[in-house]
Design a protein around this ligand. Structure first.
Ligand code: PAZ
Length: 361
């Protein structure tokens, strides 16, 4: 543990300079989550079933990751993501006939139940108690759904039940960035057996920095030493081994969130140049519910990934990439969800990509 009281009276964590972990080093030094083996067994069973039933499978990652500051965790860093993008998209993928592995942050939004989130549409508010005349004590049989809520509830519930019967949705949970990385590696390695029939939709907001286990305080950080200084290490760029090693044939869509809109397209092109995957969807924090940009390589066989490119890479040639902006008008149509159009576009692109590969064999 590297905490020490400095002469200026501050807590300092990880007083070595920050490191950038390769994926290999990361997995060799950071422990897997205890539930990993069990999760992998569930994924194997699920994939066998989808393979037999000849379904395409999408892995949807959703919600934010935490970065614990102590081994006995009291404090952690987190981010804003509620998991709306992932949970909503998962429903549209199911509707399009895909089987979905929904890998989400514990307690973030989930497909179907998202319509009854405790903050926007609380469950108890759409139920009524019909008290039988002459009695003041309500019984369970007297609970009724409010008439104005019935149509939507019936639609959500019947789709949910149909998905359960078909066995096309598998839910996995993560909390920390470490859980996320281990799970993503394991799931993508399993999914690779589907070849081109798998799609990756990486919408989770994953921390770029973490505190390695070896540098964490065992116990709650004490406040008696004054201000707190923490130097974190860089989380490995996980898209690199995902594309190049774990799932070489998958159709991979990553998301890029920025708050400076001018960075969206250049950063998306950089990611494609660096990792060589199929699509980056850029979104600006405040506009993400009604506007996104698809950035992809122009040619069917993308410019190969450039491992030599440094973190601050030069801008890749714009002629190699194309952008498609997708915007919806929420004033005209407040019920519209942009994920419906995002998923429709990706389903088309994935099908075209499989067709091209089949023709080229
Ligand atoms: O979860 P949410 O609906 O609130 O937000 C979705 C999002 C902005 C996290 C997602 O669209 C995204 O951009 N994910 C990747 C973030 C990133 O690591 O750049």
């Amino acid at each position: 543990m590297t905490t020490s009281a400095q002469s200026d009276g501050a807590n300092t964590f990880n007083n070595t300079s920050g490191e950038s972990f390769s994926a290999e080093k990361y997995f060799a030094t950071q422990p897997p989550p205890p539930s990993l083996e069990q999760d992998v067994a569930r994924v194997k069973d699920f994939l066998q079933k989808q393979l037999q039933e000849r379904r395409k499978v999408v892995l949807v990652t959703s919600g934010g990751t935490t970065v614990p500051l102590e081994l006995n965790v009291v404090r952690f860093l987190d981010n804003f993501s509620a998991g709306t993008r992932g949970a909503t998209s998962a429903e549209y993928f199911l509707k399009a006939g895909y089987a979905v592995i929904f890998m989400h942050r514990q307690f973030s939004l989930q497909p179907f139940s998202r319509h009854y989130s405790h903050s926007t549409h609380p469950f108890l508010d759409f139920l009524d108690i019909n008290e039988p005349s002459g009695s003041s004590a309500p019984s369970f049989g007297d609970i009724a759904v409010r008439p104005e809520e019935r149509a939507q509830l019936l639609e959500v519930l019947s789709t949910y039940k149909a998905v359960q019967r078909a066995g096309t949705l598998l839910t996995l949970t993560f909390v920390t960035v470490n859980d996320y990385l281990w799970l993503l590696r394991a799931v993508s390695q399993e999914m690779s057996l589907l070849g081109r029939n798998c799609l990756y939709y990486l919408a989770a907001a994953v921390s770029d920095f973490f505190l390695p286990r070896q540098k964490m305080s065992v116990h709650k950080i004490q406040s008696g030493k004054g201000s707190l200084h923490i130097e974190m290490d860089q989380v490995p760029k996980i898209l690199k081994p995902l594309v190049a090693e774990w799932t070489r044939e998958g159709f991979i869509v990553s998301f890029k969130l920025e708050t400076d809109e001018d960075l969206l397209v250049p950063k998306a092109r950089q990611a494609l140049a660096r990792y060589g995957h199929q699509v980056v969807i850029g979104n600006e924090l405040h506009r993400r519910k009604f506007e996104v940009v698809f950035v992809s390589p122009k040619s069917a066989s993308p410019p190969s990934a450039s491992p030599a490119l440094s973190t601050e890479i030069a801008e890749p040639p714009s002629a190699d990439y194309e952008e498609t902006w997708l915007t919806i008008d929420l004033e005209q149509n407040p019920e519209k969800e942009i994920e419906e159009d995002i998923v429709a576009e990706l389903v088309r692109r994935h099908a075209r990509w499989i067709d091209n590969a089949t023709r080229n064999v």
